[in-house]
Design a protein around this ligand. Structure first.
Ligand code: C2E
Ligand code: CA
Ligand code: CA
Length: 666
């Protein structure tokens, strides 16, 4: 019981536990209260008017005046309140006020009405009864969204009304009073039902709104996660491309510019391979933290996957490269992970919109090309995509398409460069060098077409076609001469190519000991395991292996030791600067190293006599170079050998029987 009373009291004081209902209630109420006051005013004027002659003036005009002032005052206040939407606390406070003020106004009205009832004849008294009845019902209706006030008004008005008429013992008035009381009770009941319905509606609306808000929050969170990289918490590749496309749309209409950058970590793979993926992941997440902390203006940095990051730069284009450099610098500072200190570098490529491209795809491609340029020229540098790159791409595309449709046996030739033995200065063999004369492009250098053949997968067919030619041709020369043949990274990691090469050696009956395959360190580095297996296979078949371009790559002693090689070829750049004590020192040490490891050593790029003399003094055993002439087509080699037993002015290391053999063939 006490609990019920307490609940009722709480309800009467407008329960603050349901702020959303209170607010909705107030919003409805404020539109209806002005009608209530207007009704009160009109009714009061009417009843004063009919009683003007029969009642004392202080009761009619005298009281009407202050009532009208008070009512007008409240009416204006509510009309003003209509424009505002107060918060729930304010709404509750105002409604509490309304309950109290409503009760006071009801008390004033009923006292006034009943005191008027003592004056006038039956029709004036009838007017009072009617006035009270319609006014109270009107008020209750207007207060339908504040049932607390409606209840108070009903009780304050109808009970004294009933008591007043009951005490007078007049059947008609008693009947009217009882009637009005009952009608008011029924109205109030209907009103409560409607009010409960209203509360339910508001509650379900607010629940729905809360659910919608939650759904919105969840979908926003999902969208954020779908565009966030889990490891670094940076925006991911999907975000990068969405944003890039959005930027293109935004700036396309207003001739705007921006830059796209791609950053790739240098030396990340060896770190990952050496210390494991877990450390690799930690390192990437540290990189991500640094990039987030940078907080650069007009820059958005994303992780594109693996050790690749991308950024969009919306500032002044002339500062874009500086931003790329800054990011690379920050990445390159050493990292302390556990007890370990590791360092990675970072290279960057940048492309400008719309100069480099107008679609997300082309812009990304161009910045990637610029990055490739940084990686292959100066690691750790930043390259901005330029018209020069554009021209290169175009010519690469032309080479690619000519290569795709080339007739490998007819368009390609093998040229021969003598390998000269010192101090005898006789030719002991030849290096086979590919030459291509395309019917579309004319002469194309191997430095251009070999990388493209490698990239497009054409290298396997090309290698086989060239090797067939080279073996046929060396077979036509005196028996003892050796053949050096260059292999690509793809060749030495392909079982099929290696097997095919060995088949050719077998079929063409060439002594495998006369063949040397030249490989570079970089071609082995990418996939050491596969390459090593293939190289051993070749070695077991009796062919020799040479490490080409030694001194330009990592030149690691580890590789010299681990790879099954027989020969080292010192890169021509050392001979070019051999006058310099540092370069000559390097050549001497490599020669000594080879001697102690019992490896053959060939020095490439001998162009001048003084270089040859110097190398001879260093006890270098084998040389190659333009000093003895340019690489020659096979026909020239064969003709020279047959006529003078010399090629490029040098005698061939041969036997008389061998010379007779070539003479008969020529
Ligand atoms: P490489 O294997 O280092 O070949 C030596 C390159 O240096 C040849 O260029 C040769 O013409 C050039 N050369 C020789 N002596 C001198 C000299 O005294 N001074 C100067 N400046 N250069 C000299 P080429 O023929 O243009 O070949 C370039 C590269 O293309 C080769 O470098 C090799 O890596 C590749 N290559 C050539 N033919 C083939 C092939 O059949 N297969 C593969 N996979 N690569 C090949
Ligand atoms: Ca070579
Ligand atoms: Ca070389």
């Amino acid at each position: 019981m006490m609990e019920k009373i307490r609940a009722f009291a709480r309800w009467m004081m407008i329960d603050p536990r349901h702020p959303e209902i209170a607010q909705a209630q107030y919003n409805e109420l404020k539109t209806q209260i002005p009608s209530l006051y207007a009704l009160l005013m009109v009714n009061a004027i009417a009843v004063s008017y009919t009683h003007y002659d029969v009642a004392p003036t202080y009761l009619t005009v005298g009281i009407l005046g202050p009532i009208l002032v008070l009512t007008t005052f409240r009416l204006v206040a509510w009309i003003r309140a209509g424009a505002k939407t107060p918060g729930p606390d304010e709404a509750i406070r105002k409604m509490r006020q309304t309950v109290i003020l409503g009760s006071i106004v009801a008390a004033i009205y009923i006292t006034w009405s009943l005191s008027l009832d003592t004056f006038g004849g039956p029709s004036e008294r009838g007017h009072v009864a009617l006035f009270i009845a319609i006014t109270v019902m009107g008020c209750i209706f207007c207060l339908m969204h504040l049932p607390q006030a409606a209840l108070m008004v009903m009780l304050i008005v109808t009970i004294p009304y009933l008591v007043h008429y009951l005490s007078q013992n007049q059947d008609v008035y008693i009947a009217i009073a009882l009637n009005i009381f009952l009608v008011c009770v029924v109205i109030l009941q209907v009103l409560f039902t409607a009010y409960n319905g209203f509360c339910k509606l508001i509650r379900s609306q607010s629940e729905l709104a809360a659910k919608q808000k939650e759904t919105q929050r969840l979908s926003a969170e999902n969208a954020r996660l779908a565009e966030t990289d889990a490891l670094t918490d940076l925006p991911n590749r999907r975000y990068f491309f969405n944003r890039l496309e959005g930027l293109i749309r935004d700036v396309a209409d207003r001739d705007g510019v921006f830059a796209v950058g791609v950053i790739d970590l240098d030396r990340f793979k060896p770190i990952n391979d050496t210390y494991g993926h877990q450390l690799g992941d930690q390192l990437l997440s540290e990189v991500g933290n640094r990039l987030k902390l940078m907080d650069l203006q007009d820059v958005e940095i994303c992780r594109l996957g693996g050790d690749e990051f991308g950024f969009l730069y919306m500032g002044a284009l002339e500062d874009a490269a500086e931003t790329g450099k800054q990011i690379c610098r920050i990445i390159s500072d050493p990292y302390h992970i556990g007890a370990l200190q590791v360092s990675v570098g970072a290279s960057c490529g940048i492309a400008y919109y719309p100069e480099a491209g107008k679609t997300a795809h082309s812009l990304f491609d161009r910045s990637d090309y610029a990055l490739y340029n940084s990686k292959t020229t100066i690691r750790g540098s930043t390259t901005v995509y330029s018209s020069e790159h554009e021209a290169r791409i175009r010519s690469e595309r032309a080479i690619e398409s000519a290569l795709q449709s080339a007739d490998l046996t007819r368009e390609f030739q093998v040229f021969f460069q003598p390998v000269v033995s010192l101090p005898a200065r006789v030719i002991v063999g030849f290096e086979a060098l590919a030459r291509w004369t395309s019917p579309v492009l004319g002469k194309v250098s191997p430095d251009e077409f070999i990388p493209i053949a490698e990239r497009t997968g054409l290298i396997h067919r090309l290698t086989i076609a060239l090797f067939c030619k080279a073996v046929d041709q060396i077979n036509a020369l005196p028996g003892g001469l050796s053949l050096a043949f260059n292999l690509s990274a793809q060749d030495i990691t392909s079982d099929a190519t290696v097997t095919e090469l060995l088949n050719i050696i077998r079929q063409k009956e060439v002594d495998p000991r006369r063949i040397t395959f030249e490989i570079t360190e970089t071609s082995v580095i990418g996939s050491y395991e596969t390459a090593e297996g293939c190289l051993r296979l070749l070695r077991e078949a009796g062919v020799k292996l040479a490490l080409d371009d030694f001194g330009t790559g990592y030149s690691s002693l580890g590789y010299l030791h681990r790879l099954p090689i027989d020969c080292v070829k010192i890169d021509r750049s050392f001979v070019a600067g051999i006058k310099d004590p540092v370069a000559s020192g390097v050549v001497t040490s490599i020669l000594n190293l080879c001697r102690s490891m019992q490896l053959q050593c060939v020095v490439e790029g001998v162009e001048e006599l003084h270089q040859l003399d110097l190398l001879e003094a260093m006890q270098c055993k084998f040389v190659q170079g333009y000093h003895f002439g340019l690489p020659l087509p096979f026909e020239t080699v064969l003709r020279e050998a047959a006529s003078g037993e010399h090629v490029s002015g040098l005698p061939l290391a041969h036997t008389d029987a061998a010379i007779r053999q070539i003479r008969s063939r020529a």
